[in-house]
Ligand binder design. Structure first.
Ligand SMILES: Cc1cc2nc3c(=O)[nH]c(=O)nc-3n(C[C@H](O)[C@H](O)[C@H](O)COP(=O)(O)OP(=O)(O)OC[C@H]3O[C@@H](n4cnc5c(N)ncnc54)[C@H](O)[C@@H]3O)c2cc1C
Length: 426
């Protein structure tokens, strides 16, 4: 009888605690991927929500590390790719956002949690490491995977932003095939522009390379190949003034002269129904302007890795400004416990698949580090300790009293899971 009463009291207390938890945690069941601190350092924090971050999250979650992913707007560069990502193995009918949404759902399924925030600083001067978010403040972590990508640099000219996805791109490897047999422009004079022009020359009818100076700063080998290529024409001392677009043809929307739009109107919204139709070029020496017809414009003037928040924390690649330096064939940075994956540490390949691959590698590196150092077991250790205490108290109560000592009152129901597992074991 006494036992039964105790049991009922326990059940009631459990229900009360569950209700309190629901209020405190904003009813987690409604949003199981929301991060709630458990009071212990995170095992791994992943900074960035692009393919590298998502792949890290899937691998870390499946390794039982309950990763926390911090990124301001989930998706990264692929979020801006409205057409299919045709070169991602197995997902060729998915747009960029759909690829990311699928990766995110997979990560959540295995226990990854998310916090929408911008990381502003990392403190590696003591252990655990500390990650500072713009609104979340400081979060402790035993390991960190940096997957913040590298943003393309843009010219900031009229039509460039509005026609992104409609023929304006910064990735020839990604979008070049869409313009097979067409006339495309490439802007730039460095290695990236040379590589893009050569990639596009394989499939496009004509490639016009626009460069504002009278010589390239690219490596001689690449520049020579570009200058001798029969499909590539070079416009020296030329700047791209603006990009023009036209409405997409549709059965009930025939394109005619009136549909031509001049985007030099201050408009700033991306127009999914418009495609590139031409560009206005300016002679850098004479100022003379002229129009060219073209189907796409590839801006190849470089990338900026998102690494400002790592200044003074990790070493950077001496050959590629701003990119995080990793050790050999690994994701290890110069700081133990901090790893880098994806475009942020890769100035060469910059693809979704290579980023996802290195994200997986970073999670494996982090997992190995935690195992070797014996880190990240605090919660399990505390649960084990509580279980031991509970067990001792229960033994004591059964041998000294028949009044029915309630061990849960002593530990205050600190860890709900402990009680559950304890109950199951008894
Ligand atoms: C228009 C376009 C089309 C492309 N098409 C293709 C394609 O068809 N196929 C292909 O393979 N590749 C394509 N790419 C390249 C591909 O998108 C990138 O290589 C890939 O997204 C890099 O992944 P990542 O995870 O390293 O970085 P990103 O995708 O850049 O993700 C970086 C993440 O970090 C977050 N972040 C940045 N700074 C911070 C911070 N301080 N704190 C917290 N979070 C931060 C960002 O919000 C973002 O979530 C394309 C790129 C562009 C721009």
């Amino acid at each position: 009888m006494l036992e039964e009463l105790e049991k009922r009291e326990d059940n009631e207390r459990d229900e009360e605690i569950e209700e309190e938890d629901c209020e405190e945690e904003d009813c987690l069941e409604e949003n199981p991927s929301r991060w709630i601190s458990n009071g212990f350092p995170e095992k791994v924090i992943i900074v960035g929500g692009g393919p590298a971050g998502m792949a890290s999250a899937i691998y870390a979650a499946r390794a039982g590390l309950s990763p926390l992913v911090i990124a301001p707007s989930m998706g990264g560069q692929l979020q801006g790719k409205g057409v299919d990502v045709e070169n991602y193995p197995g997902l060729h009918n998915f747009t960029g956002p759909a690829v990311i949404a699928s990766m995110r759902a997979q990560a959540i399924q295995f226990g990854a949690v998310f916090e929408e925030d911008l990381v502003t600083r990392i403190d590696a001067s003591s252990r655990p490491l500390k990650v500072y978010g713009n609104s979340t403040g400081s979060i402790e972590a035993h390991s960190i995977i940096v997957a913040t990508g590298a943003d393309s640099k843009w010219l900031g000219i009229p039509g460039e932003f509005e026609l992104r996805g409609g023929g304006v791109s910064s990735c020839a490897t990604c979008d070049g095939f869409l313009f097979s047999g067409k006339h495309v422009l490439v802007v730039g004079g460095g290695d990236t522009a040379m590589e893009d022009a050569l990639v596009l020359a394989r499939t496009s009818k004509k490639v016009t390379l626009i460069h504002r100076r009278d010589s390239f700063r690219a490596s001689k080998v690449l520049a020579d190949r570009v200058m001798n290529h029969p499909v590539i024409e070079i416009q020296w001392n030329t700047v791209l003034e603006r990009i023009e677009g036209k409405s997409l043809p549709s059965p009930d929307n025939e394109v005619d002269e009136e549909d031509e739009i001049d985007l030099d109107d201050g408009s700033v919204s991306v127009d999914a129904d418009k495609v590139v139709s031409g560009a206005v070029l300016k002679d850098a020496l004479t100022g003379e302007q002229r129009k060219v017809d073209c189907d796409a414009v590839f801006v190849a003037i470089g990338h900026s890795p998102n690494t400002g928040f790592l200044d003074g924390v990790v070493e950077f690649d001496p050959d590629h400004k701003g990119y995080v330096k990793t050790a050999g064939y690994s994701s290890k940075t110069s700081v133990q416990g901090i790893y880098a994956a994806g475009d942020v540490s890769d100035a060469v390949y910059r693809q979704a698949i290579t980023s996802a691959g290195s994200g997986a590698a970073a999670a494996l590196d982090a997992e190995r580090y935690l195992s070797e150092e014996g880190l990240g077991n605090e919660e399990a250790e505390m649960e084990a300790e509580l279980l031991r205490e509970l067990s001792e108290m229960n033994d004591a109560s059964s041998s000294h009293s028949d009044v029915g000592y309630n061990a849960y009152e002593d530990v205050g129901g600190r860890v709900q899971g402990v009680r559950e597992s304890f109950g199951a074991e008894m």
